[in-house]
Design a protein around this ligand. Structure first.
Ligand SMILES: NC(=O)c1ccc[n+]([C@@H]2O[C@H](COP(=O)([O-])OP(=O)(O)OC[C@H]3O[C@@H](n4cnc5c(N)ncnc54)[C@H](O)[C@@H]3O)[C@@H](O)[C@H]2O)c1
Length: 328
């Protein structure tokens, strides 16, 4: 039985984003008081619109680059689920300074505000990009390569700061290295959109999705509810060997982009048979991309009791109705 996070005051930074809004939604059903700190850089007001009327939801419109905003947000908070960051490898290649300011300096502000206000535990979004140029498969937490992008550097620096803060200031901090998360409310638009909502939107609109490369690159696609479960487990564990470390958060299977497109066409065809016939285009490989990614989830299973419920197919089946209603 999975432990749940309940009856706590929880800060979700980046709570108006894809992952953050799913965390807020789940926490509100479990009698938590949820504080959402977001500057809407990439998050959307519509993601949190249903929560605004909830008596246990507080929105602080602010920026993690501002320590005063962070201090205000942690007031009385017992757990921080830190999701705010500028995602996307290409975004960081185009503008490394802003990615660094948000993802590194902002992270440091959140840590300092938490430290100075007695927050018991911080769970933060780390990233599979930290494996960098390592070709080992499956990825195990202790073996990483060199970062391949400014984004990957920022996420690795988070891990280094977390480790040092835990030791120096006696804090409880856990990093979750997410692997290609997908599900409801993930943004399909813009140059930095993630691959699944981008492909879904193209297919629904009968436009050819463009696959970078020949489609044989593979990823460990992770359904959002598995990520929510990992956050709850990390926030509630009382095992000493489970804290002040990092975990892979994935399903533990890899799927090529060609297979992914096949699933999407099959599941979306239930809504519109024409989608099965949409042609797929192929473009060049993207800078900073590694060919294959697959997580070992053994550490999270053993220490946190993580048991992901959804693989790529069952996750897509859960999400497909939302995609159809919202990405048309
Ligand atoms: N989605 C994935 O596959 C994935 C994979 C690995 C790691 N992550 C990490 O998970 C976290 C959440 O990602 P997501 O996919 O939900 O992205 P997202 O862009 O939907 O959410 C990020 C949220 O942070 C907010 N934000 C950005 N800069 C901010 C700032 N300066 N101050 C306050 N809020 C700010 C945004 O407005 C947005 O609401 C990020 O830290 C990301 O790096 C995501």
């Amino acid at each position: 039985m999975s432990r749940i996070l309940e009856n706590k005051k929880v800060l979700v930074t980046g709570g108006a984003g894809f992952i953050g809004s799913n965390l807020c939604e789940k926490l509100l059903t479990q009698n938590n008081h949820v504080v959402c700190l977001d500057n809407f850089a990439t998050g959307k007001r519509e993601n949190i619109a249903p929560f605004l009327s909830h008596e246990n939801f507080t929105l602080i419109e602010g920026d993690i680059r501002n320590i005063n905003d962070c201090t205000k947000a942690v007031d009385g908070v017992e757990v921080v689920l830190h999701q705010a960051a500028l995602g996307s490898v290409p975004r960081s290649i185009k503008d490394p300074i802003t990615s660094n300011e948000v993802n590194v300096s902002g992270f440091l502000n959140v840590l300092i505000a938490a430290r100075d206000n007695g927050v018991k535990r911080i769970i933060y979004a780390a990233s599979s990009s930290t494996y960098g140029d390592s070709t080992n498969l499956p990825k195990v937490e202790d073996v990483i390569g060199k970062p391949l992008s400014p984004y990957a550097i920022t996420k690795y620096v988070n891990e280094l700061y977390a480790d040092v803060f835990a030791k120096l200031y006696d804090m409880q901090i856990i990093g979750l290295r997410y692997f290609n998360v997908f599900g409801r409310r993930q943004d399909p638009d813009g140059a930095y959109a993630a691959v699944i909502p981008k492909f879904v939107k193209s297919l629904i609109n009968h436009e050819s999705p463009t696959v970078n490369g020949d489609g044989t690159y593979s990823r460990d696609f992770t359904y959002i509810d598995n990520v929510v479960q990992a956050n709850e487990l990390a926030a509630t564990t009382d095992k000493l060997n489970a804290i002040n470390t990092v975990y892979n958060v994935a399903f533990g299977e890899r799927t090529t982009l060609n297979e992914l497109i096949g699933y999407l066409q099959r599941y979306l065809s239930d809504f519109d048979a024409e989608i099965a016939n949409v042609e797929i285009k192929h473009g060049p490989e993207r800078a900073g991309d590694i060919p294959h990614s697959l997580a070992s989830i053994a550490k999270a299973e053993e220490r946190l009791g993580y048991q992901p419920k959804y693989n790529i197919k069952s996750g897509l089946k859960e999400a497909i109705g939302w995609y159809w209603e919202n990405l048309k």
